[in-house]
Design a protein around this ligand. Structure first.
Ligand SMILES: Cc1ncc(COP(=O)(O)O)c(C=O)c1O
Ligand SMILES: Nc1c(O)cccc1C(=O)C[C@H](N)C(=O)O
Length: 424
């Protein structure tokens, strides 16, 4: 059932079992924030846990590593345990550490072992650039030419990937495949379970970049048999700018020596023995490198607590309802204005954002910001609208579409250059 009135949006909000979480976030009056897939908002709980860590530093100094409510020495493992349910993994398989790009370097340095005919790394034509740079860098470090050893699954429509094409590209020459769970631009959700099953059957190691799905879509990494994964903490997880990311290593790989070894990958009991013989931790903790960025991890304590309370199943349900509602409103209100919905429509094929395409997308994004709606722009023509289910309401979506309609009717986008800004 759908109706385009504001009353209907309010009725949806009244029925929303997660509505109470919105009050925990710092929302600016009149502003509608739809950029939670680039940088999630600050919650009071994240602010509090950051404050607690700062306080510990203030009063304990060095003893903060082992004392206080959140001893820093164990924080990465503790956050890994809090994140594990979001990934469908067991705590020892998940560690909160590094950033997406650094973690990808680490796991390729560890698991990419070209041998015989299997020398290639498979990615895709629509991958986030940093992943491609990391893969190419790892190839060059082994003396291999990316032009020959980096394969990219082509996109048929410039927006999405076909699982068939991915499976077909997993030949006997592929050692590792690195693929996104959700594509950063179009918001397509890949069938990672199907891809993982086929990868195992074909002897290809599968690494996933879950930056655009963690906190928005449930995962079942263990059940699917994924080999490794990486993600960031600043998008749907709301860990703050530059928040520490995370990595997953399937337990069948425990014991693999880290390609980029460092002392924080040590077994905790032995780390301070200061031996030159590396004694790695048993699980994913072994793939940490140096001293953890405690201040950039601290907000995740409070932020992840909220995910545990809300439950990723309920968050996904609300996220799907929000994006469905947004698409229906867009089609109803903005028909004939040159928009195209670029993300897949089906629930099992879309992530947490709507990819609205328009030839005047950069100017429209600026006009939206001017009117208090925060989207982001991705070249060449995508307006990304991410209604993060912890803090975006149905009434927000209704109001954002109303403002967008006014912008289009008055052609306000013509006041702006049709070019992107420095960031986006
Ligand atoms: C899919 C994806 N991969 C990798 C990155 C790079 O992450 P980072 O800069 O945290 O390494 C991003 C975002 O910046 C992303 O969206
Ligand atoms: N990591 C970012 C940054 O440092 C500045 C601005 C944006 C970002 C992002 O995360 C962008 C995001 N990965 C994307 O999906 O495009």
């Amino acid at each position: 059932m759908f109706d385009a009135t504001q009353e209907f949006a309010h009725a949806l909000d009244r029925d929303d079992p997660l509505a109470r979480f919105r009050e925990e976030f710092y929302l600016q009056p009149g502003r509608i924030y739809l950029d939670g897939n680039s940088l999630g908002l600050l919650s009071r709980r994240a602010e509090r846990s950051l404050g607690e860590i700062v306080e510990s530093w203030k009063i304990r100094g060095i003893d903060g590593w082992t004392e206080g409510g959140h001893p820093w020495f164990y924080l990465s493992e503790r956050l890994g345990a809090l994140a594990a349910p979001l990934l469908g993994a067991e705590p020892p398989e998940v560690i909160v550490t590094g950033s997406t790009t650094v973690n990808l370097h680490q796991l390729l340095a560890t698991f990419y072992r070209p041998a015989g005919r299997r020398t290639k790394i498979l990615a895709d034509e629509l991958a986030f650039p940093s992943d491609i740079y990391a893969i190419a860098g790892q190839l060059r470090l082994r003396g291999l030419d990316p032009a020959e050893h980096l394969l990219r699954v082509p996109s048929r429509d410039g927006r999405t990937l076909e699982e068939e094409d991915i499976l077909a590209a997993m030949t006997g020459e592929v050692a590792v495949a690195v693929l996104p769970t959700v594509l950063y631009r179009s918001g397509q959700l890949l069938d990672a379970g199907r891809i993982a099953a086929e990868a195992r059957r074909k002897g290809v190691l599968l690494g996933l970049d879950a930056s655009h799905s963690v906190g928005a879509v449930p995962h079942a990494f263990d059940e699917w048999g994924v080999d490794f994964a990486v993600w960031c903490g600043y998008k749907y997880l709301n860990g703050g700018p530059g928040a520490v990311g995370g990595l997953y290593v399937n337990r069948r790989h425990f014991g693999a020596l880290p390609g980029l070894a460092g002392w924080f990958g040590s077994d905790k009991e032995r780390q301070f023995d200061m031996e030159h013989e590396f004694a790695p931790a048993e699980g994913a903790g072994a793939y940490q490198i140096g001293t953890p960025h405690i201040l950039s991890a601290a907000p995740l304590i409070g932020a992840l607590e909220m995910f545990a309370e809300a439950g990723i199943g309920r968050l996904r349900e609300k996220s799907l309802r929000l994006t469905e509602y947004m698409m229906r409103l867009i089609e109803h209100e903005l028909a004939g204005m040159g928009f195209r919905i670029g993300n897949p429509r089906e629930e099992e094929r879309r992530g947490g954002h709507v990819a609205l395409e328009h030839e005047r997308a950069p100017g429209i994004c600026r006009a939206l910001k001017e009117r208090g709606v925060v989207p982001d722009f991705r070249a060449p023509d995508v307006i990304r609208l991410a209604p993060a289910p912890l803090y975006v309401s149905f009434a927000d979506v209704w109001e954002a579409v109303r403002r967008l309609k006014e912008i289009m009717t008055a052609r306000e986008y013509r006041r702006y250059d049709n070019r992107r800004g420095v960031v986006a």
